[in-house]
Design a protein around this ligand. Sequence first.
Ligand code: 4NP
Length: 162
Amino acid sequence: MTKVLFVCLGNICRSPTAEGVFRELVRRRGLQKAIAADSAGTSGWHIDAPPDTRARAEAKRRGISIDDLRSRQVSVGDFERFDYVIAMDDANVVDLEAVCPGPFRNRIHLFTDFAPEGTAAFVPDPYYGGPDGFAQVFDLVTQCAEGLLAHITKERQREDVR
Ligand code: 4NP
């Protein structure tokens, strides 16, 4: 099984949205038994909190629910457990690299690197902005999630994993 961990700062806006969108794409392709997703924050500021009300509203508007997700902080064990640790921005990458054991550094990736060339350099933090920010994050996250799923599907075929 391929395991993916989406990471942002608070684990209440971007990474739960990414987890919800990616899960839905996996479900639509019938790959639930092959690919699993989770999310976490580099900070422990919102531990046990549900996603931000605005993120939940945007998800609902687009036909998915992320209401059941709860915030947690990244742990050292995550780098061993997850095949892909997907950061929303460069600050997340720096924070992840600071706690990641050396052998697993290559599991850390920037989410936007899986979107078509030139789409965006990072997924912007919508926390201090208006609702437009959450709609933009949803669109961008969808593009990145499609690219990531295509990448993983290809890798799995190449490696003939189950
Ligand atoms: P996220 O957004 O990293 O996308 O979940 C944030 C959530 C909370 C805070 C910052 C960013 N905060 O400062 O509490």
